[in-house]
Write a protein of this length. Structure first.
Lengths: 208, 207
C-alpha cells in the first residue's frame, strides 16, 4: 500500500458529521467539535449493532406492512381493503401504468433494496471483508439516496384520507398496515444513517 | 480551535482517508481520491443570491401551507385540504403517529430548514463572530434529511390520478406553490452547505 495512504484515525483526526470541520481527537474516544458543538467520533459508536437492531425491527414489520391493508375504502359501491401491492394493481387497471411502475418502485423495490442492501453492507463489514470496497460504498450511497422515496405511499394515504370523507357516499381511512409501512420506512432510514461507511474500508487499513 | 496545518488536511467522511485538497475555483468540487465522496466544494454563487433563494423558498412555503392543495367534488359535495389539514384529519382518524411523521417531513422540517437558512444567510458575519454559526449549520444539516417536499409532491400526483376517475379534481394554489418550491429547495440545498457557508466567511476575512 502506498505510503501516502494515511488514515484520519492514525493521525488522531476525524471529520465532524455536523459541520464538516476536521477535529483533533488525539487519544480521546470522542470530542466536542470546536466549531459546532456536536460530538465527533473516529467511527459511529456501536454502528453495526445499532444498524442490525434497526434492520431487524424493520424486517419484522415488513410482513404486516405488506400483508395488512394500508387503506380502507367505504362507499356506496361497497367496502374495499387495499394493501400496498393491490394499490399498485389498481393503478395498472385504471390505465396509468407509468405511475403504477413508479409507485411499485417506491413502495416495493426501495424498501426491499434497503433491507437487503444494508444487510449485505452490515454482514460484509462485520466479517471485515477485504474486497469490493467501491461496489459496497456505491451500494451505501444508492441506499442513502433512494431511501426517502418510500415515503410516497404514506403521503398518498394521508391525502386520500383527508380528501375522501363524504360520509356514506365515500370515505377512506388508513389501515393498520399503513403504520407498519411507515415504521419500516423510518427504521430503514435510521439503519442507513447508523451504518458507518468507514467500516467498509477499515479491513484494508493494515499498512502499519 | 483548529490550527493552521489542520485546516489544510481533509479527512474523508466515508473512508477516513487523509488528503490535502487543492484550492478550488468557484463552482468546483473536489473528491476523495480513494472512494470518490465529496471532499470540498466552493460556491459559485454569492451570499446575496443564496439569501434571495432562501427568501423565495420562505414565501413559497407559506403559500403551500396557507392555500388548499387539492379540492375534490363528488355528488355535489366538495372537500378540500391544506397541507396541515391533511395531517390533522389523519390524527383525528386515530393515526396520530402517522400524522406526526407526515407533519414533520412536509411542514415542520422544511419550515425550520428554510427559516435557519434565512437566519444564517442574513446574519452570517455576526453569527460567525459570536461562534454560533457552527451550531446553526449542524441543525440545518440534520433537519434537511427529514424534509421530504419532493416525495410529497409526487404523492400528490399519485393521489390525483387515483381519484381522477372517481370525482372532479381541482388543483389548488397550495399544490402549485409546492411544485414551485421543489426546484427552489433543491437550489437552496446546493447553496447552503457547510463548505460554502464557511467559505463565504473565509473570503470575507481574506478580502
Amino acid at each position: 500500500m502506498p505510503a501516502e495512504l494515511t488514515l484520519g484515525r492514525r493521525l488522531g483526526l476525524a471529520i465532524c458529521p455536523g459541520c464538516l470541520a476536521i477535529c483533533d481527537i488525539g487519544r480521546h474516544s470522542a470530542v466536542r467539535c470546536p466549531r459546532c458543538g456536536g460530538t465527533v467520533h473516529f467511527r459511529i459508536p456501536d454502528s453495526l449493532q445499532k444498524t442490525s437492531a434497526y434492520l431487524a425491527a424493520a424486517a419484522i414489520l415488513y410482513a404486516p406492512a405488506n400483508l395488512l391493508p394500508v387503506m380502507h375504502t367505504n362507499s356506496v359501491l361497497g367496502e374495499e381493503d387495499n394493501t400496498i401491492l393491490s394499490g399498485v394493481a389498481e393503478l395498472i387497471h385504471t390505465g396509468s401504468w407509468p405511475l403504477a411502475l413508479l409507485v411499485f418502485f417506491a413502495s416495493v423495490v426501495v424498501p426491499l433494496l434497503k433491507l437487503f442492501g444494508i444487510s449485505v453492507l452490515v454482514w460484509m463489514s462485520a466479517r471485515r471483508a477485504p474486497d469490493h470496497q467501491l461496489a459496497r460504498v456505491r451500494l451505501y450511497r444508492v441506499v442513502e439516496f433512494v431511501g426517502r422515496w418510500s415515503m410516497l405511499d404514506v403521503y398518498v394515504i394521508t391525502l386520500l384520507v383527508a380528501l375522501v370523507r363524504m360520509g356514506k357516499l365515500a370515505s377512506v381511512s388508513a389501515g393498520p398496515g399503513a403504520l407498519a409501512f411507515a415504521a419500516v420506512v423510518v427504521l430503514t432510514l435510521l439503519a442507513a444513517r447508523s451504518f458507518d461507511p468507514r467500516s467498509i474500508w477499515d479491513p484494508i487499513a493494515t499498512d502499519d | 480551535m483548529a490550527s493552521a496545518p489542520l485546516s489544510e488536511l481533509h479527512v474523508c467522511p466515508q473512508c477516513d482517508l487523509v488528503a490535502r485538497p487543492m484550492p478550488l475555483q468557484p463552482g468546483e468540487t473536489s473528491r476523495c481520491p480513494r472512494c470518490g465522496a465529496e471532499a470540498d466544494h466552493r460556491a459559485r454563487t454569492s451570499r446575496g443570491a443564496a439569501l434571495a433563494i432562501a427568501a423565495t423558498a420562505a414565501q413559497l412555503w407559506i403559500l403551500m401551507n396557507v392555500f388548499p392543495l387539492v379540492a375534490l367534488t363528488l355528488g355535489g359535495v366538495k372537500r378540500e385540504t391544506t397541507l396541515i389539514g391533511a395531517s390533522v384529519t389523519l390524527a383525528q382518524s386515530g393515526k396520530a403517529p402517522l400524522a406526526a411523521l407526515v407533519g414533520l417531513t412536509t411542514v415542520i422540517a422544511p419550515g425550520i430548514e428554510i427559516a435557519v437558512a434565512l437566519y444564517v444567510l442574513s446574519s452570517l458575519d455576526s453569527l460567525a463572530r459570536s461562534g454560533l454559526l457552527g451550531r446553526q449549520v449542524r441543525w440545518y444539516q440534520s433537519l434537511r434529511r427529514w424534509s421530504m417536499v419532493d416525495v410529497f409532491m409526487l404523492g400528490c400526483l399519485v393521489s390525483i390520478v387515483k381519484l381522477a376517475h372517481l370525482a372532479d379534481i381541482v388543483v389548488g394554489p397550495g399544490l402549485w406553490a409546492c411544485a414551485a418550491l421543489l426546484p427552489v429547495i433543491a437550489i437552496l440545498n446546493a447553496y447552503v452547505r457547510p463548505h460554502s457557508l464557511f467559505g463565504w466567511i473565509n473570503e470575507a476575512h481574506a478580502g
